[in-house]
Design a protein around this ligand. Structure first.
Ligand code: NAP
Length: 311
């Protein structure tokens, strides 16, 4: 019987792992890929307190090291299901290779990039369509790139892509950006960046690689051809909750509902980071959620056998 199983190894999972291992909980983290989550595909982070500027991969590597140094065990396993236990039996977790019993579960499996859903998108993934500027930006030296979206990701990653591209065109469905003002200003002033407003991509074309997109102006309904060499999509994220039992409350977007202490509606199941229903999804808020969750979990586990009323 574990004290805690952490599902997911992004900033929330790694912070939780560091806190839990430091508190000497009997804990293991299950992560289906490499630890790091979406931050490991983020080019630059300039709003993590105390570290003025760092690459996303470097930041999460340091988080992982810090957690491992406190004794966190990280296993490369994909969680397939959580079976909610009754009373003091604990919960069961099934992964692709193991089964576990645990007093508490922390769901910190984050979210994955949303697709636009237009014609030609899926066929061109890896052939000009990308969801990761750090992974694929260098393939677009001196090329013209379209970036889709108007949030922090689109604008930050668009700025990063100017290191390689000769021109970056940000296509946004409204006439104003949702991104933080400071990066909006940087993008608007940038000589390599231009914008197409009130527009969406209806089709992505080119054989075998992208060479054209069809852009629809939402005000006039006019559709025009636009020559580009690549399309980078940053239109938000969808929570990865396939394995989460239906009885765990979620909002209409599929995000897990927690209270301020990171409890879900099911005793012993907690959630933290980008997967929970909240407004602000930042690295630092994910880390904050995780620290709160571990303190709540420690308290929960302490009372677990002592007082079933707590359940
Ligand atoms: P986001 O804030 O949800 O923005 C998604 C953008 O894509 C919005 O501009 C949205 O348009 C647009 N969009 C959504 N669906 C679309 C579709 N089907 N077709 C075309 N456009 C579509 O997502 P994000 O930028 O990935 O950021 C996610 C979270 O991480 C946010 O909370 C963000 O603040 C945070 N984040 C923070 C930082 C940072 O602080 N450094 C960096 C990256 C991300 P509308 O504006 O019209 O809705």
């Amino acid at each position: 019987m574990y004290d805690l199983i952490i599902i997911g190894g992004g900033p929330a999972g790694l912070t939780a792992g560091m806190y839990a291992a430091r508190s000497k909980l009997n804990v293991v983290m299950l992560e289906k890929m490499m630890p790091g989550g979406n931050v490991s595909i983020t080019a630059e982070v300039e709003n993590y307190p105390g570290i003025p500027n760092i690459g996303g991969p470097d930041l999460v590597m340091q988080m992982e090291k810090q957690a491992r140094d406190f004794g966190l065990e990280i296993r490369s396993e994909e969680v397939l299901s959580i079976e909610v236990g009754a009373g003091t039996n604990g919960h069961s977790i099934k992964s692709d290779t193991n089964e576990y019993k645990t007093k508490s579960v922390l769901i910190a499996s984050g979210s994955s990039p949303r697709r636009i859903g237009c014609q030609g998108e899926d066929e061109h993934i890896g052939r000009g369509v990308s969801y990761c500027a750090t992974c694929d930006g260098a393939f677009f030296r001196e090329k013209h790139i379209a970036v889709v979206g108007g949030g922090d990701s689109a604008v930050e990653e668009g700025l990063y892509l100017t290191k390689f591209a000769k021109r970056v065109t940000i296509i946004h469905r409204r006439d104003r950006l949702r991104a933080d003002k400071i990066i909006q200003e940087k993008a608007i002033k940038h000589p390599k960046i231009d914008f197409i407003w009130d527009s969406v991509i209806e089709g992505i074309e080119g054989t075998p690689v992208v060479n054209n997109i069809k852009i629809k102006n939402l005000k006039s309904s006019e559709v025009t051809d636009f020559k580009v060499d690549g399309v980078f999509v940053f239109v938000g994220y969808i929570p990865g909750t396939d394995y989460v039992p239906g009885i765990v409350n979620k909002d209409e977007g599929g995000y897990i509902i927690t209270d301020l202490e990171m409890r879900t509606n099911i005793p012993g199941i907690f959630a933290a980071g980008d997967i929970i229903a909240k407004k602000q999804r930042q690295i630092v808020t994910a880390c904050g959620d995780a620290a709160t969750a571990i303190k709540t979990i420690e308290h929960y586990n302490e009372w677990y056998y002592e007082d079933e009323q707590y359940l």
